[in-house]
Write a protein that binds this ligand. Structure first.
Ligand SMILES: NC(=O)c1ccc[n+]([C@@H]2O[C@H](COP(=O)([O-])OP(=O)(O)OC[C@H]3O[C@@H](n4cnc5c(N)ncnc54)[C@H](OP(=O)(O)O)[C@@H]3O)[C@@H](O)[C@H]2O)c1
Length: 374
């Protein structure tokens, strides 16, 4: 069977290039799309110049032509407040699936709230924030809370040894002036000012880290389908200092796959039915790891489209076991905590660096927040 082509919008960017290469590595036909034709082939690597298509977000006809004949589009062009609506609307007109890698809360919220009905009507999916920020914590959180009766809180901690930001990250930070949101008492609530801080003990080599609350798209994705009373997320302060410094350089490739040497650990902790459960995963380069996450999601939907379309948080729709199996080479489980994790009922999806291997509880009575909108 011919595999449908997958379009990558924003394919000239750092993340778009990782996504394009990951799709090609897995043998998927690709259509790279940029906004402005670039002067030389070196400026648009990854595909022959004639395979590129060009469309700006304010030109619906050009977007329609760019998406012609593909099965799905992965939008990597951020700030997503500037691109998501236009690309989603083009995807809906084309009747194809849409994925993006936004970390922006407002963009993810808008996409989930605005396009659910239209996508359902067309039988396609809109899944924002299928990325390191936004998606990964959502996919981990569902593993911790599946089958729970009461979820008091979910807290996400991210430690990075450094953060060399791309121009897109810097521009997104400037564009993203909306007050950040957490979930308190079941409701979206503005982050208190000043942002709360805490200490968080990660597995080695990070150990004890000073953390500051920096809620990103994961608050929106988790809240979309998990009825936790409180949801918050924290980042270690070293990368925040890098972001605040205008002289911090952009990421530099240190291996043949283009990854920088940046290391990350993400831990999700949940208080579930009176018990603390947690899982921590580690890997290299938050931009690079976004590619296998969004590619796994897109491929899963193309191979196995849902019966009913709509706008979904990643873990609301995706088969997480398959996603984590695809992510095995990219993520290492550093530790797990809690009886729920120690008494598994399913199949181990991860390789683990500790004796405790997380498994998927197969009960599927996930608590869902009322309604389908964000
Ligand atoms: N959630 C996560 O974990 C995660 C992970 C990775 C990236 N991201 C997000 O993804 C976005 C891109 O990051 P990046 O690292 O790839 O940055 P980048 O290397 O600077 O690339 C930005 C890309 O977006 C395109 N672009 C920007 N504004 C556009 C617009 N208005 N219309 C059309 N295209 C536009 C750029 O096109 P030109 O080349 O023509 O300028 C380029 O292709 C950022 O918002 C970043 O926050 C999120």
């Amino acid at each position: 069977m011919m595999r449908p082509a997958i379009a990558v919008y924003g394919a000239t960017g750092h993340t778009g290039q990782f996504v394009l290469r990951e799709l090609q590595r897995q043998g998927h036909p690709t259509v790279p799309i940029g906004r402005n034709p670039v002067p030389t082939a070196d400026d648009a690597p990854g595909s022959a110049p004639e395979q590129w298509r060009w469309a700006t977000c304010d030109d619906p006809d050009a977007l329609d032509a760019a998406l012609h004949g593909v099965g799905a589009v992965i939008n990597c062009a951020g700030p997503f407040l500037d691109t998501a609506s236009a690309v989603i609307e083009a995807a809906l007109r084309a009747g194809i699936h849409y994925f993006d890698v936004t970390a922006e809360q407002r963009s993810a919220r808008q996409s989930l709230a605005t396009y659910d009905e239209d996508a359902r009507h067309r039988g396609t999916v809109v899944i924002p924030a299928v990325a390191f920020y936004g998606g990964l914590a959502d996919l981990l959180a569902i593993e911790l809370v599946r089958g729970a009766r009461a979820i008091e809180q979910i807290a996400i901690g991210v430690a990075l040894d450094f953060w060399h930001p791309t121009p897109g990250t810097r521009k997104t930070g400037e564009r993203n002036t909306a007050r950040r949101l957490i979930v308190a008492d079941g409701r979206f609530t503005p982050l208190p000012h000043p942002a709360p801080s805490c200490e968080w003990t990660f597995p080695a080599p990070f150990g004890v880290q000073q953390m500051r609350a920096v809620p990103l798209a994961e608050i929106v994705t988790i809240r979309k389908h998990i009825a936790a009373r409180n949801i918050s997320s924290y980042m270690s302060t070293a990368p925040l200092r890098d972001l605040a410094d205008p002289h911090t350089p952009p990421p530099m490739a240190t291996d043949s796959s283009g990854r920088s040497s940046q290391r990350f650990v993400m831990e999700v902790r949940a208080d579930v039915d009176g018990q603390r459960v947690a899982i921590a995963v580690a890997g290299q380069d938050i931009y690079a790891v976004t590619a296998p996450i969004v590619v796994a999601a897109c491929v899963q939907v193309l191979l196995n489209p849902p019966v009913i379309g709509g706008a979904f948080a990643p873990a609301e729709l995706l088969n997480t076991r398959e996603i984590f199996a695809a992510l095995q080479p990219h993520l290492t489980v550093m530790r797990t905590e809690g009886e729920r994790m120690a008494h598994p009922h399913g199949v181990a999806p991860f390789t683990s660096s500790s004796a405790t291997v997380p498994r998927h509880p197969l009960g599927s009575d996930v608590q869902r927040s009322p309604g389908r909108s964000a």
